[in-house]
Design a protein around this ligand. Structure first.
Ligand code: ZN
Ligand code: ZN
Length: 135
């Protein structure tokens, strides 16, 4: 596992046990989980963990730019650990959020009309290929 401890320390965050486990979880699970999904999985091995702890940890990680928040559904926040910017596709039928590889001209430029770009989120919505196949 890529030195999770180093990632936290480089951003001035104490590598507490819960922070390490939550970041590790996001590194392993690329399904853009919600707080609930992370909680359901982690509480099995860390019975003392609370949703508030997870929420606060995710908040701190996002603030430092270690993880990214995705609000593609408009009703919930999903979390993503990925060192590079990418766009997302939401399946309206099964609700999956999938990474999409689109060559975006603004990804590398970091500026537009003189404004500095610090984040870039492209949201696409439709029906994913698995759901299309089931029809
Ligand atoms: Zn689908
Ligand atoms: Zn993603």
């Amino acid at each position: 596992m890529k030195q999770i401890k180093d990632i936290l320390q480089a951003q001035g965050l104490k590598p507490t046990f819960q922070r390490l486990r939550i970041l590790e979880y996001l590194q392993k699970n690329h399904n853009h989980p919600t707080v609930e999904m992370i909680y359901e999985d982690l509480v099995k091995e860390i019975p003392t963990i609370s949703k508030t702890t997870i929420y606060n940890t995710l908040d701190a990680l996002a603030e430092k730019g270690i993880i990214h928040t995705i609000t593609i559904t408009g009703t919930e926040c999903r979390y993503d650990y990925q060192s590079f910017w990418h766009h997302h596709f939401l399946c309206r039928r099964c609700g999956r959020v999938i990474d999409v590889d689109i060559k975006c001209p603004y990804m590398k430029k970091k500026q537009i009309n003189g404004h500095r770009v610090e984040e870039l989120h492209g949201y696409l919505k439709g029906i994913c290929k698995e759901c299309l196949r089931k029809k």
